[in-house]
Design a protein around this ligand. Structure first.
Ligand code: 0R9
Length: 635
């Protein structure tokens, strides 16, 4: 039978075709990240509905056939006839930019595509199946091959339920990878559950028979407790909720005994990783109120300078979540990671000022303890500044660095930092082999002898006194902490090379913790790598093979007589073996360390480096398994 297309359906398919031609423009990339973006698009729509007060449960299922289902219990997407003659539901899934017409004052998650998500997901899927319960009826529609409607909207009969259910199977001809990662989805969904207090979020993995449920009646309070789970805290989490000029502000904070400042901000439930006006308002209001209060109780005298923001926020974990009506939303920057709405600054600042002052006045003893802690931070900062000034005056800096590095660092000959690699090597014996076999023009070797300091609870001055870390700081030559300038680093790649065992994993974690806390930009800009030494050497018919895990070993061993040697550490390889397997840029495998999710990462680091060794051991054993992955994530 001949198919007939009318003008409007041709136009629609052309629109979706544009998405298929340039998927990157709509979802960023076609790798694992882009794949998950499809889930976030549909999930955002379900969350919008809950955010506006409809539906108490949202479910995400990873199905056995590789498809994903997102279901909500909201009002159900509209199914009535659109002016073009087709159903509104069909328009939502086939017309780009067919977002909802939101009433003034309605809230909308600010994620990604602002309502065009459903059609983009349709364009990039093998098929999409939509079921909607609304007006006491159950409806169904299905699309195939990038958005062609299989049949018109069907009425499946009566129901008492309301809600929407969308199932889609990503198109393998578009994506380089089509397997979803349960952990990635869990991480995002849990964060959303914290922010949507009272809404139950369920994630089901049909493939592995796993299920996780998140329901936080206490919202941000629970989020703060989660983030600070393994830190020693000074008080219970403090929360403020208030609305000014249509902007709803939810704030939670808690002081810990660490030196870290952690702020997580959200706009309409989506993370603003580059901050923006709401964060500025929070910081301004917080600092000003603390200074005013410190003066009012006489800790700061007339002659004293004010505390700085960094003093006030040392050890402070904060969450700022604002909901802004769609018509007032403004973002800055390409990735929409920064809020631009000017009213958000004033709203947050005035809410923080008012409530924080009240909180301090009502809790005098605690307030005094907090102010004294802040004063100590200010004193340490002032002492460090003076010391730096002295050093600068004496031009002692370069000489000092030379002295610290002599006898330890085998530096590279080239001066072209963009080509240089710094290997941080576990132990003197592996360090010795690495020095022998390296490409001395471009590769520098720094053996680590002693234990690396656990920096979770260390101050900058303690870190500068620690020999191993101090050597790393001087080798990189770009400062540390607030003074770290990634553009000044002496090497393009910083490569952590440890034994493939639990001790090696521990050293990796300690170094990553240090970089994460005191040179975060180094990780953010992709300069940190982990070297992957092989676990086995196999001799087969006089040829030598290396295996990086047991699966690979089994593959090599199949069919043929083999002699297998297990490397217990880097030190067991001779210099040639180390070069071939782990250091030669042409044959080695390096894993780039990325910060996928700062909130979770931060908590992991605190679990790893905090007070509970059993949590740490469990995490290392579960997560650092030396298998080859695309990215190694500190999360
Ligand atoms: C399973 C994932 N859920 C969704 O994608 C979903 C979208 C959606 C929805 C409405 C209700 N539930 C939903 N679930 C809705 C919104 C509005 C009015 N009626 C129903 C409204 O915003 O005014 N819609 C999302 C977009 C739209 N509806 C529409 F307005 F564009 F049609």
């Amino acid at each position: 039978m001949e198919k007939k297309y009318d003008a409007s359906s041709i136009k629609i398919l052309k629109g979706l075709e544009a998405v298929r031609v340039r998927p990157g423009m709509y979802i960023g990339s076609v790798d694992s990240r882009g794949l998950h973006h499809l889930v976030w698009e549909i999930l955002d729509n379900a969350i919008d509905e809950a955010l506006n007060g409809y539906g108490k449960t949202i479910t995400v299922s990873l199905n056995k056939d590789g498809s994903v289902t997102v279901a909500d219990e909201g009002r159900g997407m509209p199914v009535d006839q659109h002016e073009s003659g087709v159903s509104a539901l069909e328009v939502i899934f086939t017309v780009l930019h067919a977002g909802g017409k939101f009433e003034e004052g309605a809230y909308k998650t600010s994620g990604g595509l602002h309502g065009v998500g459903a059609s983009v997901v349709n364009a990039l899927s093998e098929w999409v199946d939509v079921e909607v319960c609304t007006n006491k009826r159950r409806y169904h529609i299905r699309f195939m091959d990038g958005g062609s409607k299989v049949s018109a909207l069907e009425d499946l009969g009566s129901t008492n339920k309301t809600g929407s259910k969308v199932t889609f199977k990503p198109d393998p001809s578009i994506f380089t990878q089509t397997a979803f990662n349960f952990q990635t989805i869990i991480t995002r969904v849990q964060e959303e559950a914290f922010l949507l207090a009272g809404v139950k979020m369920v994630v089901i993995d049909e493939l592995n028979d796993k299920k996780e449920e998140f329901l936080y009646e206490d919202g941000l309070r629970s989020f703060i407790e989660f983030l600070n789970e393994d830190r020693d805290v000074l008080h219970k989490p403090v929360t403020f909720d208030h609305m000014i000029n249509g902007i709803e502000v939810n704030i939670a904070f808690q002081y810990t005994d660490s030196y870290q400042e952690n702020i997580f901000s959200f706009v309409n439930l989506v993370r603003t990783k580059d901050g923006g006006t709401h964060e500025v308002g929070y910081k301004t209001g917080f600092t000003k109120t603390i200074n005013d209060y410190a003066r009012s109780i006489g800790v700061l005298k007339d002659k004293d300078k004010n505390f700085e923001g960094s003093d006030v926020r040392e050890g402070l974990t904060s969450i700022i979540s604002v909901s802004i009506p769609e018509d007032k939303l403004q973002f800055e920057g390409q990735t929409k990671g920064k809020l631009g709405t000017p009213e958000a600054k004033n709203a947050v600042e005035s809410i923080v000022s008012e409530h924080l002052l009240y909180f301090l006045q009502e809790n005098g003893d605690l307030a005094f303890k907090i102010i004294k802690k802040i004063q100590k931070a200010a004193n340490v900062r002032e002492a460090a500044r003076k010391a730096k000034e002295e050093a600068r005056k004496g031009k002692k800096n370069e000489k000092k660095a030379e002295k610290i590095l002599s006898g330890k660092l085998a530096n590279a000959q080239s001066k072209d930092a963009s080509k240089l690699e710094l290997f941080l090597v576990e132990g003197d014996s592996a360090g010795g082999s690495a020095k022998q076999c390296r490409d001395s023009k471009y590769q520098a070797i720094l053996p680590l002898r002693g234990k690396v300091l656990n920096t979770q609870k260390a101050s900058i001055s303690e870190i500068e006194k620690n020999e191993e870390l101090n050597t790393i700081i001087h080798a990189l030559g770009a400062g540390v902490g607030n003074d770290f300038k990634v553009e000044d680093i002496n090497y393009d790649k910083v490569i952590i090379m440890t034994d493939a065992d639990t001790d090696g994993a521990h050293i990796q974690v300690l170094l990553l913790t240090f970089f994460y806390q005191y040179m975060r930009k180094l990780i953010e800009t992709g300069h940190v790598y982990i070297a992957m030494p092989p676990l086995y050497m196999v001799k087969k018919n006089k040829e030598i093979f290396y295996a990086y895990d047991d699966a690979e070993l089994a593959k090599i061993k199949s069919g043929g007589k083999c002699e297998v040697k297990r490397f217990k550490g880097l030190g067991e390889m001779n210099a040639n073996e180390l070069w071939d397997t782990t250091m030669n840029p042409l044959s080695r495998t390096l894993v780039n360390v990325t910060l996928e999710d700062l909130a979770v990462c931060d908590r992991r680091v605190s679990v790893l480096m905090g007070n509970k060794p059993e949590l740490r051991r469990e995490w290392i054993e579960n997560n650092i398994d030396f298998t080859l992955e695309e990215d190694y994530r500190v999360m």
